[in-house]
Design a protein around this ligand. Sequence first.
Ligand SMILES: NC(=O)c1ccc[n+]([C@@H]2O[C@H](COP(=O)([O-])OP(=O)(O)OC[C@H]3O[C@@H](n4cnc5c(N)ncnc54)[C@H](OP(=O)(O)O)[C@@H]3O)[C@@H](O)[C@H]2O)c1
Length: 234
Amino acid sequence: MRHGDRTALVTGGASGIGLEIGRQLADRGLRVLVGARKREAAEEACRTIGPAALPLTLDVTSATSVDEAVREARDLTGGVDILVNNAGVSLDGELRPPYLDEEILRATLDTNLTGAWRVAEAVVPGMVEAGYGRVVNVTSSYGSLSLMDSGRRPAYRISKAALNALTRMLAAELAGTGVLVNAADPGWTRSGMGGPSAPRGPEEGADTPVWLATLPEGDGTTGGLFADRRPLPW
Ligand SMILES: NC(=O)c1ccc[n+]([C@@H]2O[C@H](COP(=O)([O-])OP(=O)(O)OC[C@H]3O[C@@H](n4cnc5c(N)ncnc54)[C@H](OP(=O)(O)O)[C@@H]3O)[C@@H](O)[C@H]2O)c1
């Protein structure tokens, strides 16, 4: 199957790194479902990407929204071959452990961990059935346990460490099915989250997620964490 016959779903695809991931996937000949909470934002993003992009209303914190979006994706394209779990939030204030803001922790996990899991649960069975799939979880070096040298941004970092754990488990469960699951750190990138003074542009931030999303048939790369296309310590 050529790239052009495949469909990629990018969550949080209407802005920042997600929008650029969609653009680069479309450049590689893929059909791209741009998932966004606001329909108009998804539609606007699709206009900038081009005819290969289709809008999808998708709030990853809502099981109903995920179900409806995946049903719509099936109607529009027959299914999702590639999932880029890009949607993410960074909500921490100045509190550091041992101080805990439960509301922030819960909301952060609901998007960054459970949201990615929800969407994977909805699309991975179809990938297994097809014998082909790519799942890319957009994580952060802030989630690397080996780099946990302070209590800064605890909810965000714990959510990404947990997303990394999910990546390992999902990859292990899917070994031999044709579905490859990896985590990608985009690096500090200019976006709503990264701010205007980050050293990287979205093109660079999107590069590793796009590389993992388009691993060729027969490639066995799975269960890994990568930055700049190189392994990053967990
Ligand atoms: N920028 C960096 O320096 C950096 C570094 C490491 C990792 N990352 C990761 O890269 C990913 C993309 O972030 P970004 O830098 O591009 O930030 P961003 O510009 O803030 O984009 C985040 C995207 O996630 C979407 N989103 C948030 N909650 C959602 C929900 N419940 N359902 C669906 N979409 C939701 C946002 O949509 P709305 O417009 O509706 O809010 C937005 O499109 C995130 O996972 C982030 O953790 C970023």
